[in-house]
Design a protein around this ligand. Structure first.
Ligand code: NOJ
Length: 701
């Protein structure tokens, strides 16, 4: 970082601005981080409430707005340009002058109806920079918000004739970081969409990557670049170039343009979370804070909880989605799962493969009915039986990736589920990259990316159709999460990364490090329906051996580590029956939290998270490691002072190993106070799950 950043930054004189034209890695440039350079003030400054993070904003010699971010006096994002490019070529990039500035600040606390923490503090300072250009009237506002845990900016295009019906061909946002940073990323254009593996690398080897993109700077400071409030706009990925700059890349539509917009419009926020340590990224609420408040009002019908389902048996090849001898979604099988859920206090039963359309090549055909069950599935009777047992049927709409086909039918489909008391529906958009189908007004089919503007709008249309019917959505093969659950709290969770099901499919199973990447990357965007809790880790699919690459204890820990307001209990009931002691943790663990704290961890290596049950006094702790066994010493200072806790511990046994001895688990109890330090030994690919209950409550009759 020190090689080049500062020179662009603190210098405002005309002479200094000339330096901006010099290639980034030219050796003859002065050391950008000398005290002299540091002392030069920048044009507009915006500090975080605690003063540790500062944005410096100015226009360069070409009239382009730039920003720089300093954290504790180190530049973490060096001078980076901003702007929007339009198909008309009348861009909002250069030739701009600052016409006005407005400042503001906020210090408030808001409550999440459900979430990883009940209360979120929103403390930030704001700066709106109004820009204008000579010639044809061009105006742009760039709004910056700086929090203690990072910053965001967005473009606001006011009403103006030249952009009446705007087609955006690119956004010119840059993020210039040290060439010595390490990146934790997944490719943006992979065949599997967001379901590619994460990898650690030097940033120099990257081309185009998806967000959230997590970076570790040479100073140890961690950044995560992402976006918030992605509405009516394409998703952003980041293209890296030799100047050590990540440049925004908007997902194109099948029409060529990136976004079609009418003025006035605002873009999503571009976000940079900043933390001294990797765990600080997990504790950040920046993405939520940059979303609009709840638009749905009373959402008490959005219910966190756990669900089981007719699901894993299909992935194992024991049952089928489509009709036939091995059809999974039969009335009898649904009743069996409802009984299993009721017996253990689980809230829902997902049934996949209940509706017509699963025969043949259902992805290519994508002709599902969302109202007609197969004859061996009595939908009203199953829903009624579920209700009689205090459980709810969880609906399923696999669309085969056909947005228009689904949009035409979803109102009727949600009406039906509403009439049956269904409160959650899992949707699906199976298909590799750029295969979401869309019909135009003439009935022609177009193929879109899952994060194109068309798709972004589609996913939200579904949420808005479901909400009046008091239905919450769990989207599989979704667009990435950008915190819209704050505005639409019926967007309960989603997939949007490799879930547990990759263990079944053979070619590239999730390696032991997978979830230690997720915690610091994908999970920063929001909840994930990962489906933790597989108990039969070593099985066959169509005669071929398959392995879940974790220990049993790690499967339990994932319920705490990977946040989702609904978690599945996915394995076959008979597999849980074989291990009732370990199963106890899954029965006990809540999915809605008062507070969450990331206690320790490094990206891709290990992570420990503690969460306090919402409305209760119990704490739960999840710890996981990659393929490296580790000993962790964890101060328990998050527990209430003056209270003794009984800890029920589910941890890898001494000889546990994900590959050779995955089921070796030690289950026991111990007493702790918040003065104690917990010593935990995690096996290779292992983990630990702990429930802490105040001793007085646990022992009272
Ligand atoms: C892929 C989803 O991720 C999986 O959960 C679902 O079972 C299948 N599609 C079928 O809809």
């Amino acid at each position: 970082m020190r090689e080049f950043v500062g020179r662009r930054l603190r210098l405002r004189s005309a002479v200094a601005l000339l330096l901006f034209a010099v290639p980034a890695f030219a050796d003859d440039l002065p050391d950008p981080m000398t005290d002299e350079a540091r002392d030069v003030a920048c044009g507009l400054e915006l500090f975080s409430p605690n003063g540790r993070l500062a944005l410096c904003i100015d226009t360069d010699a070409d009239g382009r707005l730039r920003y720089r971010a300093d954290f504790d006096d180190d530049t973490v994002v060096a001078a980076s340009g901003l702007g929007l490019r339009f198909a008309s070529r009348i861009d909002l990039v250069t030739g701009l002058t600052i016409a006005g500035v407005e400042r503001g600040s906020a210090d408030s606390r808001w409550e999440q109806p459900w979430g990883e923490r009940r209360f979120v503090t929103d403390r930030h300072n704001e700066l709106a920079v109004s820009l204008k250009a000579a010639g044809p009237e061009r105006r742009l506002v760039v709004r910056f918000r700086v929090f203690d845990d990072g910053f965001g900016f967005r473009y606001e295009v006011p009403e103006q004739a030249v952009y009446a019906d705007a087609r955006l061909v690119e956004e010119a946002s840059e993020f210039r970081v040290s060439r010595d940073a390490r990146a934790f990323s997944q490719p943006a254009d992979g065949k599997l969409r967001y379901e590619e593996l994460y990898r650690e690398s030097a940033i120099g080897v990257l081309d185009k990557v998806a967000t959230p993109l997590t970076l570790r700077l040479p100073t140890g400071v961690h950044l995560s670049i992402h976006e918030a409030a992605l509405v009516n706009y394409p998703g952003m990925s980041l293209e890296f170039d030799a100047e050590s700059v990540f440049r925004s890349h908007l997902r194109p539509s099948s029409e060529g343009w990136r976004a079609r917009l009418s003025v006035p419009f605002v873009t999503p926020w571009r976000t940079v979370q900043i933390a001294e340590k990797a765990t600080g990224l997990i504790d950040s609420s920046l993405i939520l804070n940059l979303n609009e408040p709840n638009r749905l009002g009373d959402v008490s019908w959005v219910e966190p909880g756990k669900y089981v389902g007719i699901w894993w048996a299909m992935h194992l090849g024991q049952k089928t989605w489509g009709p036939g001898e091995r059809h999974g979604a039969t009335t009898a099988e649904a009743r069996r799962y409802i009984d299993f859920a009721a017996e253990h206090g689980f809230d829902g039963v997902l049934v996949e493969g209940w509706n017509r359309g699963w025969g043949g090549d259902w992805v290519a055909e994508a002709r599902f009915s969302f109202t007609e069950p197969y004859p061996d599935f009595d939908l009203p009777a199953v829903a009624a039986y579920a209700r009689s047992r205090g459980v709810r049927l969880v609906g399923h709409h696999e669309t085969g990736g056909h947005m228009s086909h689904y949009e035409e039918r979803m109102e009727d489909a949600f009406d039906l589920y509403e009439s049956l008391g269904v409160r959650q529906v899992k949707t699906g958009y199976v298909g590799p990259r750029r295969t979401l189908k869309r019909l135009d007004a003439d009935g022609n089919t177009h193929l879109e990316w899952h994060d194109s503007q068309f798709a972004v709008n589609h996913y939200l249309k579904v949420l808005e159709a479901a909400a009046p019917r008091r239905i919450a959505i769990n989207t599989h093969e979704p667009v990435k999460d950008t915190g819209l659950r704050r505005t639409w709290p019926n967007w309960l969770t989603r997939e949007g990364s490799r879930g547990q099901e990759f263990a079944v499919w053979g070619a590239t199973p999730n390696p032991p490090e997978h979830e230690t990447f997720l915690a610091f990357t994908r999970m920063l965007s929001g909840p994930m329906d990962f489906t933790p809790g597989i108990f039969d880790l070593d099985f066959e699919v169509n005669g071929k051996p398959r392995r879940v690459q974790t220990t049993l204890a790690k499967q339990l820990a994932l319920y705490v580590v990977l946040y989702s307001p609904i978690h599945m209990v996915p394995d076959l009931p008979e597999n849980y029956a074989l291990r009732p002691d370990a199963f106890r943790f899954i029965v006990d663990v809540p999915t809605d939290w008062e507070e969450s704290i990331a206690l320790a961890g490094e990206v891709g290596d290990y992570v420990v998270i503690a969460r306090q049950e919402r409305g209760g006094s119990d704490w739960y702790l999840g710890a996981i490691t990659d393929e490296v066994p580790r000993r962790l010493s964890l101060p328990l200072d998050f527990l209430d002072g003056g209270t003794e806790y009984i800890a029920e511990v589910y941890a890898d046994a001494d000889d546990a190993h994900w590959d050779t001895n995955p089921y070796a688990i030690g289950i026991g109890s111990a007493r702790y106070t918040n003065d104690d330090t917990l010593e935990l030994d995690l096996a290779a690919g292992g983990g630990a799950a702990i429930r802490f209950s105040p001793a007085e409550e646990a022992e009272s009759p």
